[in-house]
Design a protein. Sequence first.
Length: 178
Amino acid sequence: MPRILLHTCCAPCGGYVIKKLQSMGYEVTVFYYNPNVFPEDEYKLRLNEAKRFCAKEKVDLIEGGYNYNEWKQKIKGFENEPEKGHRCEICIGLRLLETAQVAIENEFEAFATTLTISPHKSAEMVNKIGHEATTLYNIKFVDNVWRKEDGFKKSCDLAEKESFHRQDYCGCEFSIRV
Ligand code: SF4
């Protein structure tokens, strides 16, 4: 069974995609790497929800580092960009490159991300970044657009069934809707 490292932004997005990849024949390990999430309490809450689901489903989870200030330095100058703009491009790039690198280091056959399940994300941007990572790291990127075939609705149904914590903003302070 090929092993895949799945970058997961949160449990509500991760639950459905984990199951979908398993149905495609992959042995899934979750990679929780989201230094973009603000504040740290919210980061911990999302991480703990992902851990809870993975423990229940007997899926391994690797935790990446968390350094919001370092992340903020990387997006400096683009704080006021709208969602799907250049700030998001940098943010998604950081997370997917790290996922590809950790996948290579741990001898996974492929990597993927949950990010294309959200209607708030540009699947084209996410998949372009994922494929760019494969030119640096020699590894397969699974580029399914998870929100297709009712994927987003199914992920919401699963989130409700599992009583996941559901946030109403993407992650960084600039995406908090007031
Ligand atoms: S809106 Fe989301 S994807 Fe965009 S920069 Fe903020 S956390 Fe990253």
